[in-house]
Design a protein around this ligand. Structure first.
Ligand SMILES: Nc1nc2c(c(=O)[nH]1)N[C@H]1C(S)=C(S)[C@@H](COP(=O)(O)O)O[C@H]1N2
Ligand SMILES: [Mo]
Length: 441
């Protein structure tokens, strides 16, 4: 049995390609319980020779399999049919074209969201654009205004980056009390993908930005004609026009053929089905929508949020959808989660078993990249009958740390709608069920 524990250890330690490595020794420091549990057994599988699944030749090995030609664009196994985006009436405001479908974060592996599971928010339904008819107009305060075809746009030198997109309303229902006993619905207004496109600063080297330009308007060509205004500093920093999503063309839901990507900033600014960029000296406020989401305080003043999504984290496993009801006493289990910050790179994640009173440091796994989902874990020995309050708390290299909900409400003076990044808590009951709870003082 020691072997299985070793495998578990090794998997936790598997970190390839990342720029920021935590040392092996550091890892063991953070998961100090490991040495103590190394001798403990993981519940063994049935190996008595009475397991049908082992002694009989399985039915799928007795017949020819499907020809590959049956599914030229591959689909997940039919047994994975529950792993889908989900929606509710509540999120659709009575209109499924102007709706939101959330990502099954509890099923996510690593830090990439598959294209078919990427969360989707549309104000006017999903547009289907013929790439041959696609045009992008770039004008205003540039020396060389231009209209580009998709082919022409793709001729600029391109880059590939991994970034999350998060709607600032993610967790917005959870300010007062937990609304959804579900990770997917409480935190699924976000996804993370590998994007390919061109930095707008690269385009502007060709088009020549005039010095008076301080703002960029981006406008979509879908029925909502969503438009957003972006300060020039962000445009010249890391704003991208993207057409590639996880190694293929953007999905229609993500704005095929081209969308704006503002790494780390509010998802609503990442205009899809992009048709126009205009540079100007003053900001616009397009239609009824302002460029920043705000919340009214009781004194009638509006709270101005940051554009960036603040440092955040969640425990992914266990979660309401991934309970510990099957775990046996003394079993070794890997608690896993995600952390992300729109302001930089995750530097540390802490995990609490008592709702945030005491914390231990978790282990950052795999790639640790700026403005990107970061996976973290902690090896735990499960004690049957024990009630836990699992809370994670992340920090970023911009110097931010997740607040408690009391601290966050205290800071902005109201229970808000957008930009909730207070810590979340899962209650693990004596039976291993997992509930979404909120710890208030
Ligand atoms: N043209 C256009 N762009 C848009 C939207 C839209 O409705 N139309 N929705 C915005 C909102 S509110 C969010 S959160 C993100 C969602 O991106 P996704 O659907 O790719 O997840 O796209 C943004 N860009
Ligand atoms: Mo959004």
């Amino acid at each position: 049995m020691k072997k299985l524990v070793d495998v578990l250890k090794k998997n936790s330690l598997q970190k390839t390609q990342e720029p920021k490595l935590t040392s092996r020794r550091e890892f063991f420091k953070k998961t100090g319980t490991l040495s103590a549990i190394a001798a403990t057994a993981i519940s063994p599988l049935t190996l008595k020779g009475d397991d049908d699944a082992i002694i009989h030749h399985p039915e799928w090995g007795q017949v020819w399999g499907d020809p590959v030609t049956k599914n030229l664009y591959g689909m997940p196994s039919k047994y994975e049919h529950n792993n889908t985006r989900r929606y509710t009436k509540l999120l659709a405001s009575g209109n499924y074209r102007a709706s939101i479908a959330v990502t099954p974060i509890h099923e996510s592996e690593g830090i990439i969201t598959p294209n078919g599971l990427f969360f989707n928010r549309t104000h006017g339904g999903v547009a289907h654009i013929d790439p041959k008819k696609y045009r992008l107009m770039i004008h205003g305060l540039v020396k060389k205004p231009i209209v580009l075809t998709l082919e022409q746009l793709k001729r600029y030198p391109k880059v590939t980056r991994i970034h999350f997109i998060e709607c600032p309303a993610n967790g917005g229902q959870e300010w007062r009390r937990p609304q959804y006993n579900s990770l997917q619905f409480a935190k699924g207004f976000m996804s993370c993908a590998q994007w390919t496109g061109v930095y707008i600063k690269t385009l502007l080297e060709d088009l020549g930005l005039k010095p008076e330009a301080k703002w960029m308007l981006a406008e979509g060509s879908d029925s909502s004609e969503m438009a957003r205004t972006v300060p020039i500093e962000k445009v010249l920093d890391d704003a991208m026009l993207v057409w590639g999503q996880n190694g293929e063309a953007l999905r229609p839901e993500q704005g095929y053929p081209v969308r704006l990507l503002l790494p780390g900033w509010e998802g609503n600014l990442c205009v899809k089905w992009l048709k126009r960029l205009e540079f100007a000296s003053e900001p616009w406020y397009a239609k009824e929508e302002t460029s920043k989401y705000t919340v009214l305080k009781p004194d009638g003043k509006a709270i101005q949020h940051f554009y960036a999504n603040e440092v955040n984290s969640t425990v992914v496993s266990p979660s309401p959808e991934k309970p510990w009801t099957d775990l046996k006493d003394g079993e070794i289990v890997e608690i896993e989660g995600l952390a992300w910050s729109g302001m930089g790179t995750i530097t540390r994640v802490d995990l609490s078993f008592d709702g945030g009173r005491n914390y231990v440091e978790a282990n950052l796994k795999g790639l640790v990249l700026p403005k990107c989902w970061t996976r973290w874990s902690y090896i735990h020995k499960y004690k049957k009958g024990e009630r836990l309050l699992l809370t994670s708390r992340a920090m970023d290299d911009a110097g931010y740390i997740q607040p408690t909900i009391d601290e966050e409400v205290g800071m902005i003076g109201v229970e808000g709608v957008y930009h909730r990044n207070a810590v979340e808590t899962w209650e693990v009951t004596e039976n291993g069920e997992v509930n979404h709870v909120q710890i208030r003082s």
